[in-house]
Design a protein around this ligand. Structure first.
Ligand code: SF4
Ligand code: SF4
Length: 307
């Protein structure tokens, strides 16, 4: 008798995702987010994307994952907490702050490996399953899918907030051509409510309630700036966590359980002026700092903090 692959089970997917080290997993139907697309277009038109050219490209695909993966039916969204002791903020006199996600092996590598593992385990049960995995590697509204998959809501600082782990989570998605036996639904929660701590905490006033003016954002400026611009960096040399460390949903959450997200260095103890290019490559090649350079970090260190 011919073997028939069973239909994908939501519970099985969640169970395997947990075994692969993810803290959260949900599945949403693949869809075309036309309203989000309109909002995104307006955001780009207003110049809020600054020099992030990749955001301006492939907008049709970004809104509609079926243009990214032919015949896509479902999107598996996985999240893992990365909160560590630096996520809650640095000492006020620290002027070489690094966003807490950047203190470990680059999450693109780690999460891609976790997703590959998930996919291969799913394949053992569902041999015909097909699709693609992404970790910031393709245009897709992954935070929107995370909301649809019941993982959380989009906070006023434009990040996903999960009830269990706050906003210190990293996402990976698998867009698959298979249907699931059931789908998650968005959470019924009050979300941010009247809170506006992140808006008030942003040192450059970059948060405009559910979207960011990245022209003013330190995270972009420390990593993606083209050298000629000068915005105050407030002691950050790579990324910025100010709008997360202040969030009430982040204060009571535990540190990351997955040891792959344990910091591998103490950013306050590095003397960047004494490090050679070779040492920088040796120590930071596998971390997100490799997206930057020693020269850029030194420039950020020497920032005048003035407009
Ligand atoms: S990352 Fe920093 S600069 Fe950017 S919006 Fe958040 S607090 Fe503001
Ligand atoms: S600080 Fe407040 S407004 Fe900002 S994301 Fe957190 S809950 Fe929402």
């Amino acid at each position: 008798m011919k073997n028939i692959t069973p239909m994908l089970s939501l519970l099985v997917i969640k169970d395997i995702a947990s075994k692969c080290g993810f803290d959260l997993c949900g599945v949403a139907k693949c869809q075309n987010f036309t309203t989000d697309r309109l909002f995104f277009d307006k955001w780009i038109d207003k110049g809020y994307a600054a020099n992030l050219e990749y955001l301006k490209r492939n907008r049709d695909k970004r809104a509609d994952a079926s243009q990214l993966v032919e015949d896509a039916k479902s999107v598996i969204v996985c999240a893992v907490s990365y909160k560590n002791r630096y996520s809650t903020g640095y000492h006020s006199n620290c002027h070489q702050k690094i966003a807490s996600y950047a203190l470990t092996t680059d999450y693109h590598t780690t999460i891609k490996e976790m997703l590959r593992n998930l996919f291969s385990k799913l394949k053992q049960i569902y041999p015909t399953i097909s699709g693609r995995i992404f970790v910031d590697s393709a245009p897709i509204f992954e935070k929107r899918y995370a909301v649809e998959a019941g993982l959380g809501w989009i906070g006023k600082q434009s990040l996903l907030i999960t009830p269990q782990f706050g906003s210190f989570v990293l996402l990976g998605v698998a867009v698959i051509t298979d249907e699931c036996d059931q789908y998650d639904v968005p959470l019924k929660v009050k979300g941010c409510g009247e809170c506006r701590r992140c808006i008030d905490a942003c040192p450059n006033g970059a948060i405009k309630e559910r979207h960011i003016d990245t022209r003013l954002c330190i995270s972009r400026a420390t990593i993606e700036s083209e050298g000629s611009e000068q915005i105050p960096l407030h002691g950050w040399v790579f990324g910025c966590d100010e709008c997360q460390s202040c969030c009430p949903y982040n204060t009571k959450t535990e540190f990351a359980r997955n040891s792959l997200f344990t910091p591998t260095f103490d950013p306050a103890e590095i003397d960047w002026h004494k490090i050679s290019e070779a040492e920088f490559s040796l120590h930071f090649a596998t971390t997100p700092l490799s997206r930057s350079s020693l020269k850029r970090i030194e420039e950020n260190l020497g920032s005048t903090y003035s407009l």
